[in-house]
Design a protein around this ligand. Structure first.
Ligand SMILES: [Zn+2]
Length: 125
């Protein structure tokens, strides 16, 4: 890591945080990890155009993966706060900012930092 630039370190950290959440939800199979890789590739280009966005990478990669999962697998991560009604996914806040968190928009609560989801957060349709 001696020669890694701050940009590469930030991309690596964002990738690690999102994969940690996928592992916690037991959805980190090879197909899903490749979605993370696709996002990291795209965001490397993005942050090269806009270096000030380096602190926003974790939240953006989390949202990219969430969108890609919704198309292929279903909602992720499922909200653990709302025990009745239709299952719904947590949102990333801020959408574009540092220190991203998973929040339940219905209950208006912060659930966990991106990268800190526990094992109760599965994926579902
Ligand atoms: Zn909820």
């Amino acid at each position: 890591m001696d020669h890694a630039t701050p940009l590469e370190q930030a991309l690596h950290a964002a990738r690690a945080l999102v994969i940690a959440d996928l592992v916690a939800g037991q959805v980190a199979d090879a197909d899903v990890v490749s979605l993370v890789e696709d996002s990291v590739t795209h965001r490397r280009w993005w942050v090269e155009q806009w270096p000030e966005g380096v602190d926003y990478l974790a939240g953006l990669v989390a949202q990219d993966v969430q969108d890609a999962l919704l198309e292929k697998y279903g909602r992720w991560p499922l909200c653990p706060v709302c025990s009745h009604g239709d299952p719904h996914a947590l949102d990333v806040e801020p959408e574009l900012g540092p220190d991203p968190h998973w929040v339940c928009a219905k209950a208006g609560v912060k659930v966990a930092s991106v990268g800190a989801l526990g094992p109760v957060f599965g994926a579902g349709g």
